[in-house]
Design a binder for this molecule. Sequence first.
Ligand code: SF4
Ligand code: SF4
Length: 442
Amino acid sequence: MQYIDNIIFLILLVAGFGLFAKSLQKIYRNIRLGREINRNDRKPERWETMARVAMGQSKMVKRPVAGILHLFVYVGFIIINIELIEIIVDGLFGTHRFLATILGHGFYNAFTATLEILALLVVIGVVVFFIRRNFYGVKRLTMKELFGWPKQDANWILIIEFALMVAFFTMNTSDWVLQQKGLLPEHGNFPISSTILAPIFNNFGDSFLFFTERAAWWFHFVGILFFMNYLYYSKHLHIILAFPSTWYANLDKKGKFNNLESVTKEIKLMMDPNADPYAAPAEGAETDVPSKFGAEDVFDLNQVQLLNAYSCTECGRCTSVCPANITGKKLSPRLILMKTRDRLEEVGRNIDKNGKFVDDGKKLLNDYITKEELWACTTCNACTEACPVLLDPLSIIFEMRRFLVMEQSAAPQELNLMMTNVENNAAPWQYNQADRLNWAND
Ligand code: SF4
Ligand code: SF4
C-alpha cells in the first residue's frame, strides 16, 4: 500500500511538472514570434531594478493597503511553497516531515512556526482581496473590461489560495493533535493550529485524524500542482513573469521614443543640406531599414512587448490614471495588453493546430485594438509610471500608430495637416518659416 501511494505520487508529480514545462515552452515560443530587441545592456541596473520592483514590490506599496496585503500573499505563498520540498521527499520516500531530521528540532520548530504565521497572513490577504474585489466596488477592479473570464480568474486565484491554506492548517492541526496523543513523532511548532484550531480537532477520533491529515496533505500537494498549471490560463502568470519583465524593462527616460535611425537620417538630409549622409548612427540606434514600419499584428511587436502582454496582472493601476480613460475615451492601457495577449494566444493555438502559422485573416489592429483606442492616447506615460511591474502599454500603442501613419498614411486629419506643414514649412503651422516671427511685429 505504501508503494502504491509513492507510485501515485510520482506519477502526479511528473505529470504536473511535465504539463507545466509544456506551458512554459509554449509561452516562450509565442514570445519569440516577436521581433528581437536588445535589452541585455546595463546589467547591474537591471539586476537592481528586478530585485527592487519584482522581489521588493517597491511600486506596489505606493498604494499602501493593497501593497502590504499583496506582500503578505506573495511572500507568504512563495515561502509556504518551500514546504513543497518536504512534501516531495515525504511523498516519494514515505517519510514524515523529512525536513525535521535535516534541520534539527529547534530550527524545524522555528521554520514551521514561521510558515503558520505567514499562512495566516495569506488567509487575511486573500479574504480582504476577495471582499474588496467583489463587494467594495474599487472602480478599476469592477470595470466592464473585466467582466467574464478576467473577473472569474481573479476570484478563482483567491479561492484556490484560500483552499490551499485551509488544507495546510488542517494538515498541521491533525498532525499536532496526533502528536499530543503520542501517535505521531513530535515535530514542529504550530502556533495557529495548536491554539485556534486544535480545540475543534480534539473532538475527532484517531482514525479520522489520520484520515484528515493525509487527505489535507494530498489536497495540498495536488492543489499546488493544479495551481501551477492553472497559471498558464491566468493573469497570475505574473508571479513568474514579473521577474523577466522587470529585468527587460525600458530603462530609458520616459518619453524618449525609439526613433528609427533610417528615418531620422532621411529627415536630417532633407532639412539640412549640409548634413553628413555617412555620419555614424546614434548609440543603440536601429540602423537597418525595417521591412515594415510599426506594428499591425503581434509578429511586428518586439519580444519584450509580448512578454509584457503575458505579465500583465490586470490590476488596472494604469487605466485608473489614464487621462484618456478618465475622460471617457475608448482607451484602457490594461485592455491594450489583455488584447495583445488574447491575439498572441490565438496565434499560438493556430500554430499548435497547423504546425506553423496559417493566415487567419485577422490582425491585432482592427480585430482586437481599434484606431479609436490608439488615437485616444495622449502619450503622457502615466500608465507606464503607474505599472507595478514596469510594463509598457504605451510602446504597443506607439508602434501601432507608427504602422498606421507610415504604412497606411491613416493618421487623423488633424495630424496629417500638421505633418504636411512640417514637411513643407519645417513647422507645424500653415505658413512659411520666414513668417514665424511675424507675431512679434509692432
Ligand atoms: S500614455 Fe496613453 S494609454 Fe498611457 S496613460 Fe497616457 S493616455 Fe493613457
Ligand atoms: S499594465 Fe501594469 S498597471 Fe496596467 S493592468 Fe497590467 S500590470 Fe496593472
